[in-house]
Design a protein around this ligand. Structure first.
Ligand code: TQI
Ligand code: CA
Ligand code: ZN
Ligand code: ZN
Length: 172
């Protein structure tokens, strides 16, 4: 079963559009056009099931959600830890910060299961999970769910399970 953060924080339902911005991409090994593509796909999976749209903005001041790649300590008291361990983190509504560990071997195109690296992590899989947190979902006990708190390396898991859909639909 799905969970929410304590106090069930969520984005106001008066907002039908959340804007996101890629604010720190220089530490990423993936080009910005590919990143745009992956994040747009990840957001669209959630937008398909709730009355909320996600659009990219290049203006940091307009952005509700900010996405960045960082190494080690990056100013929020939750330092990244090098390859594997913590891959990314996102804050609960309505903070909007979504940070990714730049030291991961991120795979953004092609098939992560065919990667020659045994530490490769599928970017879209992690993005779909973190967007769940950005929307207010905690972890799920359902193994197939995107919000289940374990992702095996070299695995692609991007389709919302019924549990994820119920969780987000009961919030929005
Ligand atoms: N990052 C943790 C996560 O996103 C950070 C975290 C722990 C967290 N507890 C939280 C974030 C509670 C919000 C609320 O779960 S992670 C997975 C998964 C991570 C883990 O790097 O460990 C994914 C990132 F679920 F597979 F384990 C992405 Cl998909
Ligand atoms: Ca890490
Ligand atoms: Zn951070
Ligand atoms: Zn999580």
């Amino acid at each position: 079963l799905y969970t929410y953060f304590q106090g069930n924080p969520k984005w106001p339902t008066s907002i039908q559009e959340l804007k996101y911005a890629l604010i720190a991409t220089s530490a990423s090994t993936i080009d910005v056009a590919t990143l745009r593509d992956v994040f747009a796909r990840a957001f669209s999976r959630w937008a398909a099931v709730i009355p909320m749209n996600f659009t990219e903005t290049t203006s940091t001041v307009d952005a509700d959600i900010t996405i960045g790649f960082y190494n080690g300590s990056h100013g929020d008291g939750e330092p990244f830890d090098g390859p594997l361990g913590t891959l990314a983190h996102a804050f609960s509504p309505t903070d909007g910060r979504f940070h990714l560990d730049a030291s991961e071997t991120w795979i953004a195109s092609g098939d992560v299961t065919k990667s020659s690296s045994n530490v490769a992590v599928d970017l879209e899989s992690v993005a779909v999970h973190e967007i769940g947190h950005l929307l207010g979902l905690g972890h799920s006990t359902v193994e197939d769910a995107i919000m289940y708190p374990t992702l095996t390396v070299r695995t692609r898991k991007v389709d919302l399970a019924q549990d994820d859909v119920s969780g987000v639909q009961n919030l929005y």
